[in-house]
Design a protein around this ligand. Structure first.
Ligand code: UDP
Length: 239
């Protein structure tokens, strides 16, 4: 059966933590290989894939600040961490023969390309996976905000946020077995009920620009492809 994608272009947000897998610290190459496989399935059916990777597996500005470091310096380290993750992801994609590019919001000549929206769209149109690293390039933001921002900028059909659970629940499903999953949620409900799906800056951005967000479980094999072909996967946040 030939799968037909519901979306032409997506922005996939991968958290840094997701890359750690069973490793004690940093990056588990086995996890990256599995993700590359899943991303390859999308490319295989003609979906244009942009990716924003987090850096929480390595450094988080807020955590470094709590430990005594200046916040902005911590955020700069966090953004650099996302570049490292993107390089590792590119490595995995290339090993799976998936053409990919890494762009950075902070210029880093000789390592990765500087982010340029029109160039990114050209790459996407030609079938390359494009990773947007270094977040927004600014301290005090998160990579969720970066994902929403880039998703809107590249005119993606949807922002897809990978998590460890099956979607958005009314309370933490890991702690509470009776937690109920939402099939669909409005931006305002996500904000009012303080569900912690994404930070406020990120949700307000997608709300203001009517960008749908789908939250799904990346640990579930095949879930990414399923949602892209229109399967009922995770939680849809929209108007
Ligand atoms: N960060 C930042 N500006 C951005 C995006 C990220 O300063 O636009 C920093 C921030 O310190 C953050 C870290 O990079 O804690 C890693 O990103 P994030 O915590 O969003 O990663 P994730 O939780 O997705 O792994």
């Amino acid at each position: 059966r030939a799968e037909v994608s519901k979306y032409k272009r997506i922005l996939l947000k991968l958290s840094g933590e997701a890359l750690t897998g069973d490793a004690e610290f940093g990056i588990d190459p086995k996890v990256l290989d599995r993700m590359a496989l899943e991303i390859g399935q999308l490319v295989g059916i003609g979906v244009q894939v942009g990716i924003v990777v987090g850096g929480g597996n390595l450094f988080r500005g807020a955590a470094l600040h709590e430990a005594g470091m200046e916040r902005v310096t911590g955020d700069h380290m966090g953004m650099l961490a996302t570049v490292m993750n993107a390089l590792a992801m590119r490595d995995a994609l290339e090993r799976s023969n998936i053409r990919s590019r890494v762009m950075s919001a902070i210029p880093m000549s000789g390592v990765v390309e500087h982010y340029d929206r029109r160039t990114a769209i050209r790459y996407l149109t030609s079938g390359d996976v494009v990773m947007f690293s270094a977040g927004t390039g600014n301290p005090f933001f998160t990579t969720d905000s970066a994902a929403c921002l880039r998703g809107i900028e590249i005119d993606a059909d949807v922002v897809v946020k990978a998590t460890k659970v099956d979607g958005v629940y009314d309370k933490d499903p890991v702690k509470y077995p009776d937690a109920v999953k939402y099939e669909q949620l409005s931006y305002d409900d996500a904000i009012d009920q303080k569900l912690g799906v994404m930070d406020l800056t990120a949700i307000c951005l997608v709300r203001d620009h009517d960008m749908p967000v789908r939250v799904f479980n990346m640990n579930k094999p095949g879930a990414l492809l399923n949602l892209v072909v229109g399967g009922r996967e995770g939680t849809l946040i929209d108007r």
